[in-house]
Design a protein around this ligand. Sequence first.
Ligand code: C2E
Ligand code: CA
Ligand code: CA
Ligand code: CA
Length: 279
Amino acid sequence: AKESGRDQYCYYDAQLEEASQSKRLIEKELVNAISNSEFRLVYQPKIDMIKGTVNGLEALIRWRSTKLGDISPDVFIPIAEQNGQITSISDFVMEEACTKLAELQSHGFKHINMAVNLSARQFKDRELVDKLRSVIKRHRLKPSHLELELTETMIMEDKERARTTLRKLQEAGLKLAIDDFGTGYSSLSYLQYFRVDKLKVDRSFVMNIPDNSNDMELTAAIIALAHKLNLQVVAEGVETEAQSGFLNDNNCDEAQGYFFCKPIESDDLIDVLLKMEKQ
Ligand code: C2E
Ligand code: CA
Ligand code: CA
Ligand code: CA
């Protein structure tokens, strides 16, 4: 037993060592990723459950590293958050998403919104609101066409400051959504303290429809609660017709997931949107 205990220790030790090595490698490659144009955005549609049309898009970053290949944002965003590289990545994302939104507008897609995932550092940046105002102005966009997705963790860290930031963003005309809703905090009372426009029901709930009645009840309850508070609800990670049907039956406003559409490459976006319009 002693022996295997020590083996286990060595095993974890080796894993940790490997993890911190790949972290250092990622950090090193991130340094030149922007100047080497290794980042791009893809766009995943959000479907209006009543009309069946595309209401909005979520911009999702992709990184194809020359040295390391494709690295998931779930892996490199937390690393970039820690060492501060996220700042230039976030600037790239905002600039790119606004450029695309302006392009869509000029092609006649006047009602499509663009949602961008905000990083924790961006949310803490005292100049966030000014920076957003200026990028919106430069691209001649309507602020209400831009939606920011934030997580519960980000706003719970410093509640008072978060409340002020959220209010300023709304005063500037932007839309706000709570991402991964239901995974962070058990208390729902904060929804009355923070004013937002939308909740995104986390994929971990949607995933278990129709097999887990608990998650189905929770999802239905979240939708009902959100509507009581005058909030819109989006369900993410919808992969099956059964899930879509359940969400529709429970008056979910929007849905997003592979069942409707996978994230779309920038160059294909307009063609795909035109095809979806005709369906
Ligand atoms: P998220 O914001 O919760 O994004 C949803 C993730 O689910 C995306 O993964 C999306 O591609 C994936 N997804 C969409 N539909 C389905 C589905 O039906 N089934 C399954 N299994 N997955 C689906 P992705 O693009 O790998 O992004 C992962 C996370 O990385 C995001 O989670 C977000 O937290 C972060 N992220 C992505 N892009 C950005 C960005 O531009 N800035 C920041 N700060 N974070 C980003
Ligand atoms: Ca998101
Ligand atoms: Ca999410
Ligand atoms: Ca998620």
